[in-house]
Design a protein around this ligand. Structure first.
Ligand SMILES: NC(=O)c1ccc[n+]([C@@H]2O[C@H](COP(=O)([O-])OP(=O)(O)OC[C@H]3O[C@@H](n4cnc5c(N)ncnc54)[C@H](OP(=O)(O)O)[C@@H]3O)[C@@H](O)[C@H]2O)c1
Length: 248
């Protein structure tokens, strides 16, 4: 629960990787963080304990972002029991790497449902209380692949590029209510998502990064922290690359 009535942030896909780093950072910033995840309850519980051991506060909130009924019910629960959201971070995502000729309809549906429709469902369910409160920051986690494309990642690129178009439209719809909508577009960040790549793939990516090293989840978290803070009050509808110069 949120007994101190701290400002509230929901992070989807918080159980590990970038979502976990953003959640820890927002908790350090003084938010009560709602930790969403799909299946990995043990990891989410560990994160909750870590946040609490550092003096922060959080609430676990499992749901599948691709299921609009679940999203609506959980967001309603959050508003009723914890208060209106100040910050929504749409981070939950999966990759799907295959050439288009081999892409199955179910695979296409799955990546679009989680990476694009999931963010749209969460945004739609979150904005009514934000509009009433006339404040809010919505942060979408897209990908450098949305901006530059990548052979074998057409479905993922389509989902993440769709997220950018969606976010710019929402930034325009919501600006008069002082709700800001921005996109973070990470490059190669070391998480379980990128662990599955082969060594030759990782080496090729490293050669394409001008700064010469892979990003850490904390590199994304520090930008999310900024976008959640009043320091970014004049920034909306932007795509902020966190990619070591991989795409300029
Ligand atoms: N890593 C990179 O290099 C990189 C680069 C660009 C963009 N990104 C984007 O950054 C985001 C986080 O990536 P990551 O590397 O941290 O990935 P990750 O380590 O694979 O973590 C993915 C997270 O998303 C959650 N999730 C998956 N499907 C979900 C669903 N249907 N409903 C709710 N939660 C769901 C997972 O929950 P469970 O643990 O419960 O399964 C997990 O918490 C993704 O959107 C990804 O596309 C990552």
């Amino acid at each position: 629960m949120n007994p101190m009535k701290k400002p509230l942030a929901l992070v989807t896909g918080a159980s590990r990787g970038i979502g976990a780093a953003i959640s820890k950072r927002l908790a350090q910033d003084g938010f009560h963080v709602v930790l969403n995840y799909a299946s990995q309850e043990a990891r989410a519980k560990e994160l909750l304990q870590e946040i609490e051991s550092q003096g922060g506060s959080a609430t676990l909130c499992p749901f599948d972002v691709s299921q609009s009924t679940q999203v609506d019910e959980k967001l309603e629960w959050i508003t009723q029991h914890l208060g209106p959201l100040s910050v929504l971070v749409n981070n939950a995502g999966i990759t799907l790497d295959t050439l288009l000729l081999r892409l199955k309809n179910e695979e296409l549906d799955r990546v679009l449902s989680i990476d694009l429709k999931g963010a749209i469902y969460c945004t739609r369910a979150a904005i009514r209380p934000m509009m009433k409160a006339k404040q809010g920051s919505i942060i979408q986690i897209a990908s450098v692949i949305a901006e530059m494309g990548n052979a074998g990642q057409s479905a993922y690129a389509a989902a993440k590029a769709g997220l950018i178009g969606f976010s710019k439209s929402m930034a325009q719809e919501l600006a008069s209510r002082q709700i800001r909508v921005n996109v973070i577009s990470p490059g190669f960040i070391q998480t379980e998502m990128t662990q599955v790549l082969t060594d030759p793939q990782k080496e090729a990516i490293l050669r394409s990064i001008p700064l010469g090293f892979y990003g850490a989840p904390e590199d994304v978290a520090s930008i999310a922290s900024f976008l959640a803070s009043p320091g970014s009050r004049y920034i909306t509808g932007q795509v902020i690359g966190v990619n070591g110069g991989m795409y300029m």
